[in-house]
Design a protein around this ligand. Structure first.
Ligand code: C2O
Ligand code: CU
Length: 505
């Protein structure tokens, strides 16, 4: 039996070797004066009220964090799960529901649950050391919130998240709309693993070149999975001829994944849980960044079974092959296979329109923050460090706001790696890329910044508390690439470390 994870020590050693080897391409750290606001506000985030609307229906779920033997590609290993499966038990509710989730921790180490993408009162955000204390072995914790906005979300632990999500502590949270535009609904959760013959390692990676921007996380994994299984064990999508299918794709891993529908036309229905209006039909290759969610819809028009695969530069993408089985027709043709052709990568900015959350983008922001992302060697004895303005969390400078502020963040990627930056508790509007304004602004909670790209985003500070803003390649988050949005007048009574061993990333 092989463990899924490389131990942290081994990971650090690999990172060290890797870092020395390609030092030349890594942009060094910058130093910047520290300007930490340590002023304590008057209102504790625990005092922000949770208001259940009178008419909201209550939906109750129990999630038990526990070990379970899991099998991928014939290799069994000990996974950490919610309710014994990977992904964890799906939470599916109807828009407007009041969701109550009781978490019981049967693992030997503390856990939490974060509701990725949900805009909730701060105290329900599930971040250890920021919005709660980590739930200790044997303890329980009860989450409750209003599922107001229909869409695709996911949940995962936010205690030692790098390791805990890697071992399987994640699941889908689906808020169904009252009116549906589709007949069938499937969730596809993507992930990477270290199981099987040999660890991929740096040499191995250099062999096929890998995909750009992920040299570090690619060293760690050599097996890809969809809903906890690799091809040929991935559960098929079953559809009747003529039906419309909604695919809810969630990337729970630390590498970007591409999916190709083998020429089947589809439209992008939603990005990060938010619907796209007047989306156009396409058959281009889709890219999903770590932590990102993309919903697709297609209407079945083929008379033969087909599959969704992953035309990616790395060998392990062969593990992603999702069968689409068709019924409801008299006679089926033979299965179709992809003919190699010039595959085009989708551009999300021309797929349709999103409802802007900020009307007048020429309004002057109240707060402006520049986030320079870098990767460098050996700060804080961590091996590789991943920095924001030259600092690693918790020493990064927070984005200090007051309620009602319009906040502009300019994100510069000064490294050779991708950084999928995710903001908790708010949606932001992406207004420009590399200095050019977007004709169709995107409304997201996660934006993947490729090497040397610059994005400008705007958000309204309308949800008081302490909210993380971090890279969702959690190798980078655990290596320091985390900051927080903090509201004047509010404070968190929780602390990193301490007797609860709070360790958000
Ligand atoms: Cu998936 Cu801090 O988030
Ligand atoms: Cu990153």
């Amino acid at each position: 039996m092989r463990m899924k994870m490389i131990s942290k020590m081994k990971y650090k050693l690999l990172l060290f070797i890797f870092s020395v080897g390609i030092m030349a391409i890594v942009v060094g750290c910058q130093s910047k004066e520290q300007n930490q606001s340590t002023e304590v506000g008057q209102i504790s985030i625990s005092e922000i009220p949770l208001e259940k609307p009178m008419d909201a229906e209550i939906k109750h779920f129990d999630l038990v964090a526990k070990k379970e033997t899991w099998n991928i590609k014939g290799t069994s290993f000990e996974a950490w799960t919610y309710n014994g499966t990977i992904p964890g038990e799906e939470i599916r509710v109807l828009e407007g529901d009041w969701v109550k989730v009781n978490l019981k921790n049967e693992l030997d180490e503390p856990v939490t649950i974060h509701w990725h993408g949900m805009v909730l009162p701060n105290v329900m955000d599930g971040v250890a050391g920021i919005t709660q204390n980590a739930v200790q072995p044997g303890d329980t914790f009860s989450y409750q919130f209003n599922a107001l906005e229909p869409g695709t979300y996911w949940y995962h632990s936010h205690q030692n998240a790098f390791e805990q999500i890697d071992r399987g502590l994640y699941g889908a949270l689906i808020v169904e709309p009252k009116e549906k535009s589709y007949d069938k609904d499937y969730v596809l959760m993507l992930d990477e693993w270290t199981i099987g013959e040999n660890n991929r390692g740096m040499m191995n990676m250099m062999g096929d070149g890998g995909t750009p921007g992920e040299m570090d996380s690619q060293m760690l994994y050599q097996t890809f999975s969809v809903n906890g299984k690799s091809a040929p064990n991935i559960k098929p999508i079953n559809v009747n001829f003529g039906e419309t299918v909604r695919l809810r794709i969630i990337n729970a891993g630390y590498q970007k994944h591409v999916l190709y529908l083998n020429d089947h036309p589809y439209r992008v229905a939603a990005i990060d849980g938010k619907d796209l209006a007047n989306a156009t039909l396409t058959s281009d290759v889709l890219m999903v960044a770590p932590g990102e969610r993309i919903d697709l819809e297609f209407t079945e028009n083929k008379k033969k079974d087909w599959y969704i695969d992953s035309p990616n530069a790395v060998k392990e993408s062969e593990d992603i092959q999702i069968p689409v089985n068709i019924s409801g027709i008299e006679e089926k043709s033979d299965a179709s296979y992809r003919d190699e052709q010039n595959l085009i990568m989708i551009d999300m900015t021309n797929q349709g329109n999103m409802n802007p959350i900020i009307d007048n983008i020429i309004q002057k922001p109240d707060v402006e923050y520049t986030m320079d992302l870098s990767a460098g060697m050996g700060m804080m004895q961590r091996g590789m460090s991943y920095t924001i303005n030259g600092e690693t969390f918790p020493d990064t400078e927070p984005i200090q706001v007051k309620k009602g502020d319009l906040v502009k963040v300019t994100i510069n990627n000064n490294s050779m790696l991708d950084h999928p930056m995710h903001l908790h508790g708010h949606y932001f509007q992406v207004i420009s890329k590399n200095g050019l304004s977007l004709v169709n602004p995107l409304v997201k909670d996660l934006i993947n910044i490729e090497p040397h790209e610059q994005y400008e985003i705007l958000f309204i500070a309308d949800n008081p508390g302490d909210w993380l803003f971090h890279c969702h390649d959690l190798l980078h988050a655990t290596g320091g690439m985390v900051t927080a949005v903090k509201y004047n007048g509010y404070y968190s009574p929780f602390e990193i470390g301490g007797e609860y061993h709070n360790e958000p990333e």
